[in-house]
Design a binder for this molecule. Sequence first.
Ligand SMILES: Nc1ncnc2c1ncn2[C@@H]1O[C@H](COP(=O)(O)OP(=O)(O)OP(=O)(O)O)[C@@H](O)[C@H]1O
Length: 319
Amino acid sequence: MIHARDLTRTFKTKAGAVEAVRGLSLDVAEGELVAFLGPNGAGKSTSVRMLTTLLPPTSGTASVGGSDVVAEPAAVRRKIGYVGQKNGAGVYYKVRNELLTQGRAQRMDPAVARRRADELIEMLELTGLEDRTGAKLSGGQKRRLDVALGLMHNPEILFLDEPTTGLDPHSRANLWEHIDRLRKATGMTIFLTTHYLDEADTMAERVMIMDNGRLIADDTPARLKADLAGDRISVSLTSTTEAEQAAGIAANLPGARETEVCGYSVAVTVREGEAILPEFIRRLHEVGAQVATASVKRPTLDDVFLGLTGRSLRESAVG
Ligand SMILES: Nc1ncnc2c1ncn2[C@@H]1O[C@H](COP(=O)(O)OP(=O)(O)OP(=O)(O)O)[C@@H](O)[C@H]1O
């Protein structure tokens, strides 16, 4: 559904050239939900703007829904819905009128547009708000209207640029319920950018991580966490001698990485912590070591980014 090969985009600024995207290649299959993650300035929005025909690439190629983004931009636009960070609903227009205006902009037949508007009002729980202006909607309601606007022409692929930024946790969860329902009902392909790592982790089937204009990881959240971060087992003992002994045992556990001793404690990274911990404790008991506490910390996508770049995704920004 979405294919890019060696896509680059350079901006010329007074301070010099900014290479916002450097050789991006990606493939998204029909019906997938892909989350695009990365620190501020990594190149996510620039990539999405190229894929949605809003910005011409400096070099490289991309096709979306089978049409080339440079040669056939109109065909791409017919197949995609784009909900940007700023291109959403206005504050002066009423909900239903806004949807109908969007239908006109998409050259939809007026009767079809009216039916579609009613369908979307129901689907995105905007019933009862049809005659309210954008200014009188809550953050969550407004964002649902933004999504409805992007869906008016029944696109096959939906691009969402930070759909939940600025929403409270309840509205975030609610918007996700709607996105999930929409996917189940239509099988739509969804490509979104987000700053919420937990959201990408639980909702996306595939996560792409961008840093400094390049794609540095592309896999399911579970595989990224197992392969690039791993579970952290921590065990505390009753003396530093025992801790040193435990570190030697930890280093020989199946798939052990990064063993660390600190005082009475030892920590080790493994692929499947919950399966390995009983074996670790058994081996410690075998040598007579006394285990005081034991825990397993599951990795987050931030740990994945940290493993890849040595920086935290939560705190880092490029440039
Ligand atoms: N029109 C422009 N002119 C000059 N530089 C630009 C322009 N648009 C983006 N950039 C630069 O390109 C780089 C990538 O920006 P982009 O907005 O794609 O990042 P992002 O990952 O979407 O960041 P954020 O998470 O903050 O939205 C940044 O260094 C940014 O300053």
